[in-house]
Write a protein that binds this ligand. Structure first.
Ligand SMILES: [Fe+2]
Length: 292
């Protein structure tokens, strides 16, 4: 399977290009978007280029009035998110409203609380054929304190494992490397047990995707010494790597990405409405600016 990855024929060049692009990204400001309903050619190009190099981009809508959901939808269409995911907690327009929700269906889900959210890629529990390949997080309101994201292009993690031992990457491409137990709520199975690879590629363009969660409960790793060694190294990298980008989205800013690794720190909402953290999230089954 690994030979299908399009970068391996030119690994040293690909590696150097990716590392350089990521270190540039860390010093670059958010890409300013004047009218999110109608991107200019230049804005579209900036976003495309940033995503092609780093699997992510941070943007800022240059408007003072609050962004409504229709604008988010129009923006998503223009960045090629066209196979939108309708998950359990999304509204009818496929947009999830992430805020502290003490009641209702989302009660008990960490994304809808003010707690820390550990490293993961979105939809790591989805079955094959329903993988999440991209998502958008748009910040409408920030908390009084905390709520920053830590971000890492999974290609960089792949590079660090590959440099250590290419067999670690091979092991994580096995289709039974990571198993998520079924999700059962009140005796009803909402999602069956799900096995899959950690790294997998898109068959047509060979681009690399990742499925991962750092949670230690409700996950079963394949009983294999290479998988164990790889997971240990991933966890160490996510905790210590200088490559990790720490970014706190401000109101009007957002992240778009090809489902890279991310986490969220705990946060504290303030006493006024403008200090209640409120993010919109959209997920898609295709990569940004891509048909697949
Ligand atoms: Fe997430």
């Amino acid at each position: 399977m690994q030979s299908q990855l399009n970068h391996l024929e030119h690994y040293p060049e690909w590696r150097a290009h990716k590392l350089a692009a990521w270190s540039r990204l860390k010093t670059e400001p958010a890409i300013v978007i004047q009218n999110p309903s109608l991107l200019t050619e230049g804005e579209h190009l900036q976003l495309t280029k940033q995503v092609a190099e780093n699997n992510m981009a941070i943007y800022r809508f240059n408007q003072t009035e609050p962004v409504d959901r229709t604008i988010i939808q129009r923006f998503c269409e223009q960045i090629g998110m066209h196979k939108l995911d309708q998950n359990l907690c999304a509204d009818e327009d496929s947009i999830s409203t992430l805020q502290v929700m003490p009641m209702g269906r989302t009660k008990g889900y960490i994304p809808y609380s003010d707690q820390r959210l550990n490293w993961h890629t979105d939809g790591y529990y989805n079955p094959p054929g329903h993988e999440i390949r991209s998502f958008l997080l748009h910040c409408a309101q920030a908390a009084a304190e905390g709520g920053s994201n830590r971000l890492l292009n999974h290609e960089l993690l792949y590079i660090s494992l590959y440099d250590e031992d290419p067999e670690l990457c091979h092991a994580l491409m096995a289709t039974d490397s990571m198993t998520i137990p079924a999700n059962i709520e009140n005796g009803v199975e909402l999602r069956p047990v799900q096995s899959g690879p950690v790294f997998f590629n898109n068959p047509n363009d060979g681009s690399l995707n990742m499925r991962y969660t750092a949670r230690s409960r409700s996950i079963q790793w394949k009983a294999c010494s290479r998988v164990a060694a790889a997971v240990k190294q991933i966890n160490a990298q996510l905790e210590q790597s200088e490559a990790v980008l720490d970014y706190r989205l401000k109101p009007g800013e957002g992240l778009i990405c090809n489902n890279i690794l991310h986490s969220r720190s705990a946060f504290t909402n303030g006493s006024i409405p403008q200090q209640q953290r409120l993010l919109y999230r959209v997920r898609s089954h295709n990569r940004l600016f891509s048909e697949e």
